[in-house]
Design a protein around this ligand. Structure first.
Ligand SMILES: NC(=O)c1ccc[n+]([C@@H]2O[C@H](COP(=O)([O-])OP(=O)(O)OC[C@H]3O[C@@H](n4cnc5c(N)ncnc54)[C@H](OP(=O)(O)O)[C@@H]3O)[C@@H](O)[C@H]2O)c1
Length: 261
């Protein structure tokens, strides 16, 4: 077991995950990077180590939509001491439900919901009582508002928001040392638009007009990381970044909850 501490980032081969890896490396954080495309991960590792040769960067190319690979992956990472886990890998799909591709739906449910939940749970089981640990799950502004023509994607992100806000409360009320947080980006210029539209190319200027860059989103992620707040949310209208303790209704404190003993 090495004494170095590591930050895990899923979906680090492009977009928000890639820029977040760079941003955490500039904070001298050692990195464990996960995505399917090994070549892109390798290029990122080389770029990070060219800037800061002290940083240890290890690559774990994995298809996280294959649920059977989740536990073996976590087991492989047991040789490292983990400090932060960022579940960022995810994708969207535009179009009316009746036109949505079934295989893509399956893959999206596996990745956006199941992989994120299982990886979060494995991390929480092992590290919830370790000081300084954080779990950050990437949701979306569409995880708080239903966006037309992206209803399955939004539903997966509502799951991410609800699961992570609920977990954040549970960790606080049980006195755990880990913090759980949600980052909810709005339109951000990445490969997301291309993937969600199954297009060869995608023009964010034409599609949105207003958007953040992935570098800006990585800085918002760091602000959330540095804060004691639970949710970092991009307002879809003003594009401002809002930190809060939570955005969803909660039954914490209700007298009508199940009473155990
Ligand atoms: N961009 C936006 O407008 C926006 C807005 C709100 C929320 N988000 C969320 O932000 C997160 C990052 O997305 P992004 O915008 O940075 O998009 P992106 O550039 O397409 O990056 C997505 C990342 O997820 C990885 N990924 C996709 N499928 C995977 C799989 N089966 N197994 C492992 N890794 C997989 C991709 O790597 P490989 O292809 O190499 O596997 C890539 O590294 C997502 O959760 C997305 O839902 C994005």
């Amino acid at each position: 077991m090495t004494t170095k501490k590591y930050t895990v980032i899923t979906g680090a081969s492009s977009g928000i995950g890639k820029e977040s890896a760079r941003a955490f490396a500039r904070r001298n954080k050692n990195l464990l990077l996960i995505a399917r495309r090994e070549e892109q991960l390798l290029q990122l590792k080389q770029a990070i180590q060219a800037e800061n040769p002290q940083i240890d960067v290890q690559l774990y190319p994995t298809d996280l939509s294959v649920i059977q690979s989740i536990e073996p992956l976590f087991e492989k990472l047991s040789v490292y001491e983990l400090e932060t886990w960022i579940n960022n890998a995810g994708f969207g799909m535009y179009g009316e439900l009746a036109t949505n591709d079934i295989e893509m739906i399956e893959s999206m449910l596996h990745l956006n919901i199941e992989a994120l939940t299982l990886l979060s749970t494995l991390f929480v089981k092992k590290y919830r009582n370790t000081s300084g640990t954080q779990l950050i799950n990437v949701s979306s502004a569409g995880g708080y508002t239903i966006v037309p023509t992206a209803i399955i994607y939004c539903a997966t992100k509502f799951f991410v928001s609800a699961f992570t806000e609920g977990l954040a409360d549970e960790l606080k009320t049980t006195g755990a040392k880990m913090q759980a947080k949600v980052l909810a980006p709005a339109a951000t210029k990445t490969e997301f638009g291309k993937v969600a539209n199954q297009a060869e190319s995608y023009d964010y200027d034409q599609a949105f007009g207003t958007y953040h860059t992935s570098q800006e989103m990585a800085q918002f992620l760091l602000q959330l990381y540095d804060s004691q707040q639970t949710v970092g949310y991009i307002n879809r209208d003003s594009f401002t970044f809002e930190l809060s303790q939570g955005r969803l209704p909660s039954a914490a404190g209700s007298t009508n909850n199940q009473k155990l003993k």
